[in-house]
Design a protein around this ligand. Sequence first.
Ligand code: PRX
Length: 679
Amino acid sequence: TPEGWEGRGTGSEERRCSSLTADRSGSTWPRAAGGPGSSGPTELSRLSHGDLYRLSVTDPDRFWGSAAADRLRWAEPFHRVRDCDLSSGRIGWFLGGKLNVSVNCLDVHVEKHPDRVALIWERDEPGTEVKVTYRELLETTCRLANALKSHGINKGDRVAIYMSVSPLAVAAMLACVRIGAVHTVVFAGFSSDALAGRIQDAGCKAVITFNEGVRGGRVIQLKAMVDAAVKTCPSVQHVFVCQRTETPAVMGERDVRLEEPAVCAPEPLDSEDLLFLLYTSGSTGKPKGVVHTQAGYLLYASLTHQYVFDYRDGDVFGCVADVGWITGHSYVVYGPLCNGATTVLFESTPVYPNPGRYWETVERLRISQFYGAPTALRLLLKYGESWVKKYDRSSLRTLGSVGEPINHEAWHWFHSVVGEGRCPLVDTWWQTETGGVCIAPRPADEGAPIVPAMAMRPFFGIQPVLMGEKGEPLSGNDITGALCISQPWPGIARSIYGDHQRFVDAYFKPYPGFYFSGDGAYRSEDGFYQITGRMDDVINVSGHRLGTAEIEDALDEHPAVPETAVIGIPHDIKGEVPFAFVVLKEDLSDDAPAVLQQLRDLVATKIAKYAVPEHFLVVTRLPKTRSGKIMRRILRKVAMETTEDLGDVSTLDDPSVVKEIIEAHEEYRKQREEEKKKK
Ligand code: PRX
């Protein structure tokens, strides 16, 4: 451990406590439930889960202050637990404290158990996994950090990471963290245009990438995508290139191969310095750079990782998300590493080389917690149980689901077939903006019932509130409303990069004084929560969040397309798929098939392949109100063939448009049926 770094069993208790009590009028601070592997029981660790929850909401300063003091190592102690004003979007936690997230994820564990495996890289080709110890990960992180520093990357600079799931991707994230640079990981499935947009918005000074990536047996040209992206990104001074495959990358003037010394002193950072930006979709065409900061995010990721999944020392934690999404950030990298866990990096796909891949991996790596997305489960259950049953899953203790509602069929299959009915299955609700899990069946005392397909219980410190149509908090149970959270928690996002007003408008204006999630939820008779889906124009395709406005913006760039409207409709495997209503310039209706193909390509180039609409319906005009607003409700009914009850159409500018669109859809449906028959 670098000199002067305190906390987490380094015998610095006295100094930490005295400094903390200064803010608490002399009362003594209890020690929180220590992280996994912490020495000895603490006051909070003796409390039941119910008591922990009660304390977290009745005395959040005490709960979170203790947790932060005990679980994290600080370079300087904080003097104030929180300073938040939700109505203005001002959120600060652990003020005055300095720490480094990479010290908490690496150095503290290297001191205790340098040879414990930190990462198991489950490479695309089964049976070729690579283990990386905490000592090795620290070394690689330091090498990368030194390379960044020697090329002029400093504290506060933004660095884009465009890499497939791998130890080097994790080391790249932690290298930024070590020197105080701010990373923004861009999912390697995004197009070069989408990458460029994120680099420009964040003003990145550097990009870290691979020569190539590999997934499902296919090679992905990552460096070439970066080359194309940085052409329009003048802020980028260097592209750092790591090797994933044997093929040498074509190197240009600003490109740097990585090789540097293996020791790098960590930068002490303020609790509220930026840790990372992660771009996600909202209801406008422009993705937003969600800002997370150091201490609060890390503490929340670490605490949720332990309590939601019942993580214990020695477990092999298997979250199969990509590091390009928030799930990868919180439960592949930061939560598990902060807790000294062995975490799996899954580079492949659920069906490569066959639909037994997940369960073969569980058997080979002896995975204890398996955390994945319902979309993959819905796909796998179609292949039958034998792909699961032929592998030994006795190592599994907890199953988790994330990213979208899990339907009953997938829940029961996961629980009974995969988990043999013996592993608690936790449906976890949270978002890029929440930093970590907010609602999940656990935490709860062991044995507390789990209701299938329900997220159920708020995590420590989370107070869900359901709002009615007039913006009033709804009391009582068996009720549905807009899901808000009434008190800030350490993991909540701090801003939208470069646009704090958008942050305030999106999350705190709709219900003043509350965080608004954008989701609706139901509170059952028993007081448990179930997520009912988005209330805005965000859709969820294969667990990936997508703004319909983003797709519309891409489509509208086509010169033959004056106007489009995109909505989401249900899909039995992907959850939802985009359905595009397209108005073409009049003289082009004969060329419609060619134009539609160009539109597909346009979306793939501007955003990503998964964003390409599954359906295109050419219409002569869209249903609009007199003030010019598109009535999406009607489009949804047409696309889902539920037009018997269209609701109130009196506000439409010209109601005859509805008949036109229904007829066009009927034509489209017939065509598709014929095509299916031919196939
Ligand atoms: O609509 C909710 C859905 O995913 C959205 C958040 O997406 P993202 O920021 O990409 O983060 C996904 C991983 C945390 C939410 O607004 N969602 C997430 N988890 C669930 C869910 N919907 C239903 N049930 C869930 N467990």
